[in-house]
Write a protein that binds this ligand. Structure first.
Ligand SMILES: Nc1ncnc2c1ncn2[C@@H]1O[C@H](COP(=O)(O)OP(=O)(O)OP(=O)(O)O)[C@@H](O)[C@H]1O
Length: 236
């Protein structure tokens, strides 16, 4: 059974459709990505899974339980973590306070959880007292991911984490996510337009174009930037 199953999902903004019957599954422990240009519906897909936008058609199941009608908070409690595009950390709260907010959903003791998460994000350890808004964009992105992980999510929905981020932090994020995959058995659904980032992190890649999944990158092309570029050029 998949951890997440999305089938025939349609989402509209008012009367204007943005997703047209999207199907995808994410298995436990899998890293799955959705690649698409600007405006193709990537953020809409994650917002729909998280319950910020209602589905007009289709079905979303998490661990086999239908999510229809379930509010965002219940989805978060069920184990779906969301790192939105633009990060949305609390700018006036310190890094530590941001992490504490993330721990509200965790069942582990707060100090223990934060210590565990900081081991995966050493750069944040030096910044704990600084206001979130005084971090660089890349540091804020790391904080947003770390804060999400503080809530013990089973599945992480990650929206364009590389947008506007310096290459060194992108590399750090890739390493951190690889480490987390190995040690925490996290499951990831990533939406991105950065092909290099997707290539390095994904076991399966779907292409989203104008609200429709136009295809999946063949397994033989996964991890091979040149082959991925060829497939993406045909499907995007
Ligand atoms: N609040 C909104 N109201 C109306 N239309 C919207 C709204 N948000 C997004 N859309 C439209 O829905 C479509 C998909 O947008 P979405 O933000 O999901 O794309 P995206 O692939 O995440 O792109 P980007 O990388 O630019 O964020 C676009 O045509 C967009 O204009």
């Amino acid at each position: 059974m998949s951890l997440l199953s999305v089938s025939g999902v349609e989402t509209r903004y008012g009367r204007v459709p943005a997703l047209f019957g999207v199907d995808l599954t994410v298995g436990e422990g899998e890293f799955v990505s959705v690649l698409g240009h600007n405006g193709m519906g990537k953020s809409t897909l994650l917002k729909t899974i998280m319950g910020f936008l209602p589905t007009s058609e289709g079905r979303i199941e998490f661990e086999g339980t239908p999510l229809k009608g379930s509010p965002t908070e219940a989805r978060a409690r069920a184990g779906i973590g969301y790192v939105p595009q633009g990060r949305q950390i609390f700018p006036t709260l310190s890094v530590m306070e941001n992490l504490r907010m993330g721990c509200l959903l965790s069942k582990s003791p707060e100090d223990q959880k934060i210590e565990e998460i900081l081991q995966a994000f050493p750069r944040l350890t030096r910044l704990l007292g600084r206001a979130g808004g005084a971090l660089s964009g890349g540091e804020q992105q790391l904080l947003a991911l770390a804060r999400c992980l503080c809530g013990d999510p089973r599945l992480i929905l990650l929206d364009e984490p590389t947008e506007g981020i310096q290459p060194s932090i992108i590399e750090e994020m890739i390493e951190t996510l690889h480490g987390l995959k190995a040690s925490h058995a996290i499951t990831l659904l990533l939406v991105e337009q950065n092909l290099n980032f997707i290539t390095q992190l994904s076991e399966r890649v779907m292409i989203l174009k104008r609200g429709r999944i136009t295809g999946e990158v063949p397994q033989s092309a996964i991890g091979d930037t040149r082959a991925m570029e060829d497939v993406a050029a045909q499907l995007m």
